[in-house]
Design a protein around this ligand. Structure first.
Ligand SMILES: [Zn+2]
Length: 75
């Protein structure tokens, strides 16, 4: 899919980070969300591992995709 010229710049979700996000972490908290729900954290290269580890430790991490390949309905 072609990105429109005015597509918003995606910014890393890490606290205090203003870098452009290149990864999207898809996660789900089973105590809050139905199993097919996907929440998104955006991450720059530097913070991807840290954010993935945070979610993985809690059993929330489902997938990591390209920031421009976020599935429809996630968020
Ligand atoms: Zn970052």
């Amino acid at each position: 899919m072609q990105m429109p010229a005015d597509a918003p710049v995606l910014i890393c979700s890490a606290k205090g980070c203003r870098d452009v996000a290149v990864h999207a972490l898809l996660w789900n908290n089973p105590s809050l969300h139905t199993e097919d729900r996907r929440k998104i954290w955006l991450a720059c290269d530097e913070h991807r591992e840290h954010l993935e580890e945070f979610l993985r430790l809690r059993g929330f991490l489902r997938d990591t995709v390209d920031a421009h390949a976020i599935p429809d309905g996630a968020g």
